[in-house]
Design a protein around this ligand. Structure first.
Ligand code: MN
Length: 236
């Protein structure tokens, strides 16, 4: 069988390795830090986690220019820990969930906040606010055996050198094992899946020229630059 054309494989570098990590799906956790739930004034802190997806080809790497997206005036950063799965699983018990993890990365869940709020008010899907082109910057993936103890790690996001988000990962409402276990009851998890694990308080708007840097202690950092909107047609 011959394909009419070959779709590109999206991949992310692996820190310290020649191979790249091929991306299959991108899952995101909706609310996973109490301080962010409070700043958004939505939901209940004890709600079950909920998930949404971004298209795999929304993933972009460290050092990339991110075109300011069309049809928004409130384009926001959300610094997040990203979990990269290296094995498959369905209905995975919490106690075995970390066995699926290949490694971790610093990521940014870029959000058209005005579009997201509009979707919520109209009670329609969040898609326009979350699942757009270039919306999933992901740093190099650090294999879990090299990542150290993430329970002790901290997440930081800085814009133009100024720290805007800072939290211990221990403040996640649902930890990585619990997220994987929950998600695996809804979907067949597969090697190549990325999971953005939610953002803490401090989310805010970006403008062209801004340099956004996300860091998780023990992991390779991620830095992207917001560039003018006009380039979104052909940038990469
Ligand atoms: Mn998020």
């Amino acid at each position: 069988m011959t394909l009419l054309f070959a779709p590109p494989t999206v991949s992310v570098p692996i820190a310290g390795a020649a191979e790249r990590f091929p991306v299959r799906r991108v899952y995101c956790v909706g609310r996973n830090y109490v301080d962010h739930v409070r700043e958004m004034r939505e939901g209940d802190e004890r709600d079950d986690p909920f998930f949404f997806q971004k298209p795999a080809d929304a993933v972009i790497g460290d050092g990339t220019g991110v075109p300011y997206p069309p049809r928004t005036v409130d384009f926001q950063f959300e610094g997040e820990l990203v979990v990269a799965l290296g094995a498959d699983g369905v209905d995975v018990p919490v106690t075995q969930a970390l066995e699926l993890v290949f490694g971790y990365a610093a990521g940014i869940d870029l959000t058209r906040r005005d579009r997201q709020r509009d979707c919520r008010e109209r009670q329609i899907s969040w898609e326009a606010g979350k699942a757009f082109d270039f919306s999933a910057p992901c740093g190099p993936i650090t294999p879990s055996e090299s990542a150290g103890d993430l329970a002790m790690a901290e997440l930081r996001l800085a814009v133009n050198g100024e720290v805007r988000q800072h939290t211990p990962l221990s403040l996640m409402i649902w930890n990585v094992a619990e997220i994987i276990a929950h998600l695996s009851t809804d979907y067949r998890l597969r090697a190549g899946d990325l999971i953005y694990t939610g953002t803490p308080a401090g989310v805010d708007a970006l403008a062209p020229g801004d340099v956004v840097r996300a860091e998780v202690s023990g992991l390779a950092p991620l830095s992207v630059t917001i560039v003018e909107n006009g380039s979104h047609h052909d940038a990469k």
